[in-house]
Design a protein around this ligand. Structure first.
Ligand SMILES: [Zn+2]
Length: 328
């Protein structure tokens, strides 16, 4: 191995580890509802990934796909080289991490004003705050950047997909509750609420979402109410409600929501409201929020149903339970 190769090998090892560390830390921050800190960690993770990719290519490990698949089958075994610290090395990442540490020390997420949109150069992995026209390091144009925008922190689904997914939830719920007794539907899993509580909770959230959507559509850049998104804990009372009532409440609410959203123009979806944590966000941000939130609960309910019908102990995988995002 010549010294160039050794440098690349070292870089590949350190950036691969850094990528994994930042990626998993980003997921964890999201579970803790620290969305902006999560966005920062996701950007840092991408920065490492781009650099790992560069090093991997420089080492000549990437050929035609036929060859790569053959290598994969043969059991690709890279030389590992100890590399020293793999995170928190360069200037801007350090500065941003210090801002995050400060906010977390105060028991809160970074707010929109404290961290701008982040971009990672897709060619060289340079991290940028704000949106320069080109990468300072390698000259790549803005179109080649990976973006980590506050407005996209909840996801990047477009209007059509958001509405379609919101429409599909009713059918999914019907399938999830079919043939389960009232008692089964009220049975909580370890670390998770019962199906009844979750359905009641989804209705609560749908109401919050619709109120916000209405404000965004009907008033100019409203302050979005954030005091009362109902948490799952407050849904405990639904355990005693008949399932048919809970389903009807969801159906009625969701129909109203779909009525509000159906046929909106792209311009309407771009209308904005102001959110304390995310800053000025378009309606699509909130649409992604409700879809993402709902998806988490639907997965959890599917797991509960599966476990109930299998007569297994109701203990959900850790990764599943805490993926559900509550109340922002
Ligand atoms: Zn660059």
């Amino acid at each position: 191995m010549n010294s160039d190769q050794e440098d690349y090998r070292k870089l590949l090892c350190s950036t691969s580890m850094g990528y994994t560390a930042y990626y998993v830390w980003s997921l964890q921050a999201r579970r803790e509802r620290k969305y902006n800190v999560s966005r920062l960690l996701a950007a840092l993770s991408s920065m490492k990934r781009v650099r790992a990719e560069q090093a991997f290519r420089a080492l000549g490990e990437v050929g035609k796909t036929r060859l790569n698949v053959a290598h994969a089958l043969a059991g690709f075994e890279p030389d590992m080289i100890a590399s020293g610290p793999v995170t928190g090395i360069s200037t801007l990442p350090r500065e941003l991490l210090e801002r995050a540490a400060q906010a977390l020390g105060e028991g809160r997420d970074l707010v929109a004003e404290e961290m701008g949109d982040l971009f990672v150069c897709g060619s060289c992995g340079e991290l940028m705050e704000g949106a320069p026209a080109t990468c300072d390091v390698c000259g790549t144009v803005r179109e080649g950047f990976l973006s980590f925008r506050a407005t996209e922190s909840m996801g990047t689904l477009g209007p059509h997909t958001i509405v379609r997914q919101l429409e599909q939830t009713w059918g999914t719920l019907q399938a999830l509750v079919a043939d389960l007794s009232e008692e089964q539907l009220a049975t909580p899993a370890v670390g998770a609420a019962s199906i009844k509580e979750q359905v009641g909770h989804l209705t609560d959230m749908d109401v919050v979402f619709r109120e916000r959507a209405w404000l965004i559509l009907e008033t100019d850049t409203p302050q979005l109410p954030n005091a009362h998104p109902p948490t799952l804990v407050q849904a405990a009372r639904y355990r005693n409600h008949p399932m048919i009532d809970l389903m009807e409440a969801f159906y009625t609410s969701r129909e109203q929501t779909i009525d509000l959203l159906r046929g909106l123009t792209v311009a309407a979806w771009r209308r904005t409201g102001h959110h304390t944590i995310f800053g000025t966000i378009p309606l699509t941000h909130q649409g992604n929020w409700i879809v993402d939130h709902e998806k988490g609960h639907l997965i959890e309910m599917a797991q509960i149903r599966h476990d109930l019908l299998d007569h297994r102990t109701l203990s959900l995988p850790h990764s599943l339970v805490f993926e559900i995002l509550e109340g922002e």
